[in-house]
Design a protein around this ligand. Structure first.
Ligand code: FAD
Length: 341
């Protein structure tokens, strides 16, 4: 019997596996896709996410960003990080770097489907492995979460994300957030990820192709129109409510543990933080402590992201976000640093 089986080899699964293996646990990751794995993502690692990676000994190549800039076509508001910079890192680069760290730590990665999970009072079995614990890091629509009855109704408001890379030298040292002024609630996020590349991720509640959504942001559309564009990747619905994060010997981590929205770009940092907590609970043989620790870790993010998402759903509030951020730079900076540092 191994110590920890990890379902899913995305950022959450690999970070969990590295922490576990470094702590002396025999750890196996089962991932259905071959690497390096890409995914719809803004690819902005906030300063605390970069710090988590450094603690894992991972230094993924990318492009530094020093703050967040809001633009709504009329106003611009900018908040700089008070400490270290964040980093834009392509998901394929991040996956390769985390995979190297996992291999160096002695993690075994197996390609395959996790499938059904069975557990009793002493062990959990899946994908042909028997383990003391299972970390479900199987993403936003976690089949394991669903099979254990841990998923809740997500409510009527649905948002999706589409990401595309554009070959152009980054023109800003911030992650830019363009707020659509009219029509549906959409935002475009531009993250510098290399010296000749930016990622453009559009979050929206409307269906449609990338080009259709891009036209809601005329200044951005004009700037990137003539540049070579990559292929699109989409994800959603983004909101995933979860009853609790443990069921017996199964612990949920990363997006599988619940997700609100990509609006504040926190997903990977929270996944890395939760990975460390999960391993601590496994080492202590106290899986029941994990849910409380996860809630404490994510409280600030859940509050700020839910508040911003709720407010931005009302047209007058939404129209006032960038002007308010520009008029109250100290408050804007405090919010950005509360989320980022
Ligand atoms: C549009 C968009 C923009 C975003 N922008 C940012 C950002 O700028 N910064 C940030 O920090 N976060 C951002 N996020 C969030 C971030 O992408 C996620 O939080 C992060 O990917 C979570 O990692 P994960 O490992 O939990 O899930 P995933 O990355 O989805 O990995 C899950 C893995 O599990 C595997 N898997 C699933 N089921 C099975 C199975 N049955 N058997 C085997 N393998 C399985 C999948 O193949 C996948 O590789 C964004 C998300 C979206 C959608």
């Amino acid at each position: 019997m191994i110590d920890l089986l990890v379902a899913g080899g995305g950022p959450a699964g690999l970070a969990t596996a590295v922490h576990a293996a470094r702590a002396g646990l025999e750890t196996v990751v089962v991932e259905r896709r071959c690497g390096p794995i890409d995914k719809a993502c803004g690819e902005g690692l906030m300063p605390h996410s970069v710090r988590h990676l450094h603690e894992l000994g991972v230094d993924a190549e990318g492009r530094a960003f020093r703050g967040i800039r809001y633009l709504d076509g009329r106003r611009v508001a900018e908040a700089r990080f008070s400490g270290e910079a964040g980093r834009g890192v392509r998901r394929t680069v991040l996956h390769a770097a985390l995979s190297d760290a996992a291999a160096a730590a002695g993690v075994k990665v197996v390609q395959g489907e996790v499938g059904a999970v069975h557990q009793d009072s002493t062990s959990v079995s899946a994908a042909g492995f028997q383990a003391r614990y299972l970390a479900a890091a199987d993403g936003l629509h976690s089949p394991i979460r669903r099979s254990l009855g841990l998923a809740e109704d997500n409510g009527p408001r649905r948002r999706w994300g589409i990401r595309r890379h554009v070959r152009i030298a980054p023109w800003s040292d911030c992650v830019e957030v363009y707020w659509a002024r009219d029509g549906d609630a959409s935002e475009a996020y531009v993250t510098p990820v290399a010296d000749d590349c930016v990622g453009v991720a559009i979050l929206t509640s409307a269906r449609g192709r990338f080009e259709q959504h891009l036209e809601k942001f005329p200044a951005l559309a004009d700037r990137i129109r003539a540049c070579p564009h990559g292929t699109d990747r989409a994800a959603g619905p983004l909101r995933q409510k979860v009853r609790r994060r443990t069921a017996g010997r199964v612990l949920l981590v990363g997006d599988a543990a619940g997700y609100i929205d990509a609006l504040t770009g926190e997903g990977m940092g929270l996944a890395f933080g939760a990975a460390e907590l999960l391993v601590g609970c496994v080492l202590a043989d106290r899986p029941g402590d994990y849910d409380r620790q996860w809630r404490a870790l994510t409280r600030r993010y859940r509050f700020l992201t839910a508040a911003l998402l709720y407010g931005s759903g009302f047209r007058p509030v939404r129209a006032g976000i960038t002007p308010a951020a520009a008029a109250l730079p100290v408050v804007f900076s405090a919010v950005v640093n509360a989320l980022g540092q």
